[in-house]
Structure formats: structure tokens, C-alpha cells
Write a protein that binds this ligand. Sequence first.
Ligand SMILES: Cc1cc2nc3c(=O)[nH]c(=O)nc-3n(C[C@H](O)[C@H](O)[C@H](O)COP(=O)(O)OP(=O)(O)OC[C@H]3O[C@@H](n4cnc5c(N)ncnc54)[C@H](O)[C@@H]3O)c2cc1C
Length: 291
Amino acid sequence: MEWIDFATPKTISEAVEMLASKGDRARAMAGGTDVLVQLRGGRRSADLVVDVKGIPELNVLSYSAQDGLTLGAAVPCFRIYQHKAVIDNYPGLIDSASLIGGIQIQGRASIGGNLCNASPSGDSIPAIIALSAVANIAGPKGTRQVPAEDFCTGPGRSVLENGEILVSITIPVPLAHSGANYLRFIPRNEMDIAVAGVGSSVVLDASGQNIVSARIALASVAPTPVFSKAAGDSLAGKAVSDAAIQEASEKAMADAKPIDDMRGTVRQRVHLVGVLTRRTLNNAIQRARGG
Ligand SMILES: Cc1cc2nc3c(=O)[nH]c(=O)nc-3n(C[C@H](O)[C@H](O)[C@H](O)COP(=O)(O)OP(=O)(O)OC[C@H]3O[C@@H](n4cnc5c(N)ncnc54)[C@H](O)[C@@H]3O)c2cc1C
């Protein structure tokens, strides 16, 4: 058994200072549902764990019609899917927050931790990429913002440098006639790692018949979550039709670069990306039409 120091800072600057003082031997912890499992299993080691849940900015969950959603990095999933403004404005976020783990995990697990863990299969990551989320980071050199699609750099790796923490995620106000959806395929009903997952968002024109813009992101089909820009862009300016949705799904399939493993084969995963892209687009369109 290894000794690990545990700290509970109350401010961002205190947390940054603590993390920076130990370099890559320190780990931040929000809900702990990834990091504690990894430390206990020996997949990661650390001299210091910095619990960031006591920092007020990391517990903010607020919405305004000017600034959109501010989601503190340590806010657990259950607070997200019970929040009235999230229910009203971001059903695509609820899709993922409500399927991470089971009820006990959702009492601890945060979207911030899901993003920082940078797993290719992180269920919230395609959902927040589709919603044009931005990660707000604080560190020894100050603050910076990174679009969600640029945050993960490899399996378990992100743009975060030693001493940096994710403070919050901001998601813009949903535009009129917009909708989003996240779906994953798992062989069980719950509590499993996605074989493939897709998050889609669309903005329609006032008639609800034409697509103004779309964003599509994929899980579990590459070393990082994938922002399939080509798939989303292929829909811009087109009438809603099966043919346009099929074309987008083929572009998403082309952006999927999965591996064979115990959960699925390359062929199955690419096929699933096509199916889930079509389904999430159709669901997002239905939501954009008020359904
Ligand atoms: C039984 C079980 C079921 C699960 N099911 C799912 C599932 O269905 N889908 C899914 O995607 N995941 C699942 N997970 C994984 C995990 O629950 C999620 O990834 C969760 O969102 C992680 O959030 P957390 O707050 O617990 O993160 P933590 O474990 O606290 O942290 C995760 C990582 O992020 C870093 N970190 C956390 N917060 C910050 C911060 N503010 N700044 C910088 N770094 C930070 C930590 O150092 C660590 O590397 C499951 C885990 C378990 C144990």
C-alpha cells in the first residue's frame, strides 16, 4: 500500500498552487469515480490527491438567457439532470448525464471529471462537443478557454498542464429551432462502456424543414472523442431528408477510426456510428421542432 496525501482546498488559487507544487505526482479529484478506481487498481499513481469539490466556482450550475449554461467542473450528474433550466434547454446534455454509471455513480460523477479523464468512451464528451461547449481552465499561468473538441489529446490525456484545473464548462444559449441528442450502444441495459456513441445537434430554420447547421461527435471509435466536422457541415443548407441524413452518417463513419477489442470489432463500430448518427440526427430534429 502506498501513502497518498489528500488536500481539500477552498479556492481555485489554493488548488492550483497545491497541484503545481507536486507536478505530475498530483491529481485533482471531483467525484473520484475514475481517479480512485485508477489509483486503487494501480493504473495511476500519485503523491497528492486534491479534492476540488470544496471550491465554490466548481459547484456552480447556472443558466442565463445571455450567457447560457455554466456547469462547474465538480457538479455531479444528478444535479444536472434535475436542474429545471437544463431540462428545458439542454435535453441533449441530460441524455448523457443520466446514463453515466447508475444512480450511485451519478451522485458523485461529474461531467468535468468525465472530460478530464479523457476516455475515448466518455459519454458526456460527444454530447458537449455537439453543444459547442467550452472548457474554462485555471492554472499557474492564468486562465484560458479550450473548445471541448480540442480538449482530449489521447486516451487519458488532455490539454491540461501540470497545476491546471478545469473550473467549469460553458455551453451557449440554444438557438431558436435547435435540438440535440446523445445515444450510445452497449450490450447491456446500463453500467457499461460504450461500444460506440454519437452526439448530434442541429439548428433548423423557422419552417423546421431546412437545416441551418449541425454538429456531430463520436465516442469509442478513435483514441479520443471525435468531432466529425465534415458530417455536420454536410447538412448545412440542406432540406431535412433521409438522403441528407444518410450522407452525414456516411461522413461520420469515414471519420471513425476504431480498433477491434473485447467490446466490438472495427466493422461493428463503424456500422454503429452510421446507425447512431442517423438516430441522433432524427431525434435532434424532432426536438428542434418542439417534439
Ligand atoms: C461503476 C462505474 C460506472 C461508470 N459508468 C460510466 C458510463 O456509463 N459512462 C462514462 O462515460 N463513464 C462511466 N464511468 C466513469 C466515471 O464515472 C465518469 O468518467 C465520471 O464522469 C468521472 O467523474 P468524476 O467526477 O468521478 O471524476 P474523477 O474520478 O474525480 O476524475 C476523473 C479524472 O479527471 C481529473 N479531474 C477531475 N476533476 C478535475 C478538475 N476539475 N480539473 C482537472 N482535472 C480533474 C482527475 O484527476 C481524473 O484524472 C463509470 C465509473 C464507474 C466506477
